[in-house]
Design a protein around this ligand. Structure first.
Ligand code: FES
Ligand code: FES
Length: 154
């Protein structure tokens, strides 16, 4: 049994140590927010926080999560009625198109703003450099994160 905390709640799963954490989250814990796109650490669509650090969950063995705190996109904000400022800014800026990359960007942006609440445009670009989007051309995503950093959700 591998035990850890997910979105503030204890979780215990009986899975092989080497099962990718992304698969465990999605298949065994029903947390399907993190997406698999490349499956090899190149796109960031599977980003989750491990003890506050963004990681590609497709590259993490479930056993590596033993005893740590995992936050997925489901643990950011309080649901549709209580969006995190980053989620609200993504909506306001139209920063999601197909939405496949969006959970990864939201998690990566949350990690960035938790460490650096007022990043420059260059720091936002750098902070999100591990996340790819095939639809938006990035501009609206960068604007949304800047808006969230400014504390504007309009
Ligand atoms: S699916 Fe994990 S980095 Fe692309
Ligand atoms: S919105 Fe489609 S990949 Fe980013």
């Amino acid at each position: 049994m591998i035990s850890f905390t997910v979105n503030g709640r204890p979780a215990a799963v009986a899975v092989p140590d080497a099962k990718p954490l992304l698969d465990t989250l999605r298949d065994d814990l029903g947390l399907t927010g993190a997406k698999e796109c490349c499956g090899k650490g190149e796109c960031g669509s599977c980003t989750v926080l491990m003890d506050g650090e963004p990681v590609c969950a497709c590259l993490v063995f479930t056993a590596q999560a033993r005893g740590v705190e995992i936050i997925t996109v489901e643990g950011i904000g309080g649901g549709p009625e209580q969006l995190d400022p980053i989620q609200a800014a993504f909506v306001a800026e139209g920063a999601a198109q197909c939405g496949y990359c969006t959970p990864g960007f939201i998690v990566a942006a949350r990690a960035l703003l938790d460490k650096n609440p007022h990043p420059t445009a260059a720091e936002i670009r750098r902070g999100l450099a591990g996340n790819l989007c095939r639809c938006t051309g990035y501009q609206k995503i960068l604007q949304a994160v800047a808006k969230a950093a400014e504390g504007r959700a309009d």
